[in-house]
Design a protein around this ligand. Structure first.
Ligand code: AVJ
Length: 332
């Protein structure tokens, strides 16, 4: 099913005041730091969702197709790793569900196999959670869905407070790559501590590979990734009343094949001043804003991450090219 995010645009509510003030504080903190940065979670407003959909369709952006390959070809392996012959009803909690296009393969197969579960997608974009609540019951009749509009950890807390079932947590798409490696360990530990023995985490992780392919995925020839990054400046203009001139910033992506860190920056093309409400932000010519990390891992580093965060590796699935992996980790 092809998702048309445009259709939900007219159902949007304006962000509430608490969210706006958190956004404002995060932006001001990031832009007053000695090395300026913005948090990549703020990419996903209505326009950002659409731009990310366009990124996922790019030939250069391989992770989506690779993970799709795993979810469409290895669904049976996934299901046996999840259910492990257990008949208990369970909940599938998906962190950062997005258009849920990959997980739908799994959800459909589970329904077909008459396995009973509730699907709880969590997403920071209300545009997305509204859309899923409306469209999934159409695409997958009989599905039980309870969408939550929140960031990962507060969403997980809400989901856990509602459920006493066995849990399968999905964290797909390489979203964990948006955390620095030390933060990824902390995050996995935190998830682990909220889970019970027998619960499982399915984690989608982008693998280290030819550095040129990685760089092209974040420096695409059509410029959509640049637009995706600049859109955050536009969002700051509209939601926080700033006056960024997006044509005075360029996009720069880098990849370090040893650390596995792929980083995106915006570069100020001239000395300039930006006003955000009462705050004045000065940019030197060529000063950068660090926008996003998309960390890549080797299979060994992934095993290490499982160990550090207290999980047992139950299964590791790969696409045909070994570009991407979905691992199934269990709490013992
Ligand atoms: C949605 C976080 C997995 O880091 O690959 C795509 C976002 N940024 N192109 C990624 C993204 C630039 C994407 N994730």
């Amino acid at each position: 099913m092809k998702i048309e995010l445009n259709n939900t645009a007219d159902q949007l509510t304006y962000p509430n005041e608490i969210q706006v003030s958190q956004f404002y504080d995060d932006v001001i903190n990031g832009l007053s730091a000695p090395n300026k940065y913005l948090q990549s979670k703020y990419f996903y407003d209505v326009n950002g969702d659409k731009l990310f959909q366009r990124i996922m369709e790019l030939k250069d952006y391989y992770p989506t197709a690779a993970e799709m390959d795993i979810f469409s070809d290895k669904t049976d392996l996934l299901i046996s790793a999840i259910t492990a012959n257990n008949e208990e009803e369970f909940d599938i909690i998906e962190l950062g569900a997005g258009d849920a296009i990959k997980s739908q393969h799994l959800l459909k197969s589970l329904i077909k196999d008459k396995i009973s579960f509730t699907y709880i997608p969590i997403d920071i974009s209300k545009n997305i959670t509204d859309f899923l609540s409306i469209s999934l019951p159409v695409a997958i009749p009989d599905i039980k869905i309870e969408a939550i509009n929140a960031d990962y950890l507060s969403g997980l807390e809400i989901a856990l407070s509602r459920s006493t079932n066995k849990k399968i947590i999905l964290f797909l798409g390489g979203n964990i790559g948006n955390m620095e490696p030390h933060a990824a360990v902390q995050f996995c530990k935190e998830i682990q501590s909220s889970m019970a023995p027998g619960d499982k985490l399915i984690l989608g992780i982008d693998l280290k590979k030819n550095p040129k392919r990685i760089l092209s995925a974040y420096n695409d020839s059509t410029g959509v990734t640049k637009e995706f990054n600049l859109n955050l400046l536009t969002r700051i203009n509209t939601e926080l009343g700033a006056d960024f001139d997006t044509s005075s910033f360029d996009h720069y992506a880098s990849y370090d094949p040893i650390s596995g860190a792929c980083k995106s920056f915006l570069v100020s093309l001239k000395k300039q001043v930006v006003i955000i409400r009462n705050e004045v932000v000065n940019f030197e010519k060529n000063e950068v804003i660090f926008m996003e990390i998309s960390q890549k891992y080797s299979p060994n580093e992934i095993s290490h991450l499982a160990q550090l965060s207290g999980f047992k590796l139950t299964a590791a699935l790969y696409d045909g090219e070994h570009d991407f992996t979905d691992v199934v980790w269990t709490v013992e």
